[in-house]
Design a protein around this ligand. Structure first.
Ligand code: ASP
Length: 324
């Protein structure tokens, strides 16, 4: 019988609604009581690693989670399920995807409705995640996000709706699998990626979004010796307003890696345009284009790469291509 470890970290899936309609965390996760749901099918054990709303999760918790999953794998667990708040789920999922060797299945899930709300999706998502973690076909696909009968890759999934249970989407490629009545069915393969194991996480890695009329104020404020890196969600295919350029040049001169992704929901950033502030000029200045990741994920990747000691060309190569 497959051994599945469930690691709870908090989030709406662990919360309940009180008489006044406010969603609040309880003293412990109500899903801890459900191990017996899987009796006879899987050998399931559960641990409550944290009980945090996901906006409270930091890269430090992500690292602890990654280390706990590594230990579990060495102890002979066949698959791991993580329950997590949905707000930052994609960041934790991608952190794990980057740092774990992707041998046993690691599946993250959550809920959009808390445990006692009508139509609560937590228990159903947990069951789908356990079935996926126990499936041999889930091996070697990186960290997976299972919600609302769909299987997405941690690399490309994003939260797209504030409340709808169908919130998790993979804009450019779609889900790689679906939940059927009898289990999971995959219909896309993911290109392989090398794990980047780390033992500590650095901080002061920032994320900014570009906007029409953006000037150099925010960029200048980040030009500090303590700043380790910056991701900018640029407009369109990867362009910035010209007023940002002097401050951008200063950041690069001060050896602060500047990574560029698109603020568009879909597609990849590419240095296409030759006008002032266009992608070609940005690339020539030393801005690193990161293809296929959204801003929050590019930030996690930059943080992991820097924490692993990458810099210069090695960091640029690491950041450039998320697709392969
Ligand atoms: N705000 C909650 C959290 O991320 C949302 C959720 O869990 O769905 O913890």
């Amino acid at each position: 019988m497959k051994k599945i470890l469930i690691l709870h970290t908090g989030g709406t899936i662990a919360m309940s609604e009180n008489e006044s309609g406010t969603i609040i965390p309880g003293a412990s996760n109500p899903l801890m009581a459900y191990n017996q749901l899987f009796a006879g099918q899987y050998d399931v054990s559960s641990e409550e690693l944290f009980n945090l709303p996901s906006p409270h999760i930091t890269p430090k918790e992500m690292l602890l989670l990654s280390q706990r999953i590594n230990q579990a794998e060495q102890a002979g667990v066949d698959g791991v399920v993580v329950t997590h708040g949905t707000d930052t789920l994609e960041e934790t999922a991608y952190f794990l995807d980057l740092t774990l060797p992707s041998t046993i299945p690691v599946v993250i899930t959550g809920a959009m409705r808390s445990s006692n709300e009508i139509g609560s999706d937590g228990l159903y998502n947990l069951e789908s995640a356990v079935k996926t973690a126990a499936d041999d076909d889930a091996r070697g696909k990186g960290v997976l996000v299972v919600m609302n009968d769909e299987v997405h890759t941690a690399r490309f999934v994003t939260k797209t709706h504030t409340t709808n249970v169908a919130t998790f989407r993979t804009p450019t490629f779609g889900p790689i699998g679906i939940m059927e009545k009898n289990g999971v069915k995959f219909f896309q393969e993911l290109t392989e990626q090398q794990a980047c194991p780390i033992t500590h996480v650095i901080d002061h890695v920032y994320l900014l979004k570009a906007y029409a009329g953006m000037d150099d104020r925010l960029l200048t404020m980040l030009d500090l010796p303590s700043t380790n890196g910056l991701v900018i969600e640029a407009t369109g295919a990867g362009n910035l307003p010209p007023q940002t350029l002097p401050a951008l040049a200063n950041l690069i001169a001060h050896k602060i890696p500047v990574i560029l992704v698109s603020r568009c929901f879909n597609g990849v950033a590419e240095p296409v345009y030759g006008y002032e502030g266009g992608g070609q000029q940005l690339q020539k200045m030393g801005v690193i284009f990161c293809q296929g990741l959204n801003g929050q994920k590019a930030r996690i990747k930059l943080l992991v790469g820097l924490s692993a000691g990458k810099n210069g060309q090695q960091l640029a190569t690491y950041m450039q291509d998320a697709i392969s």
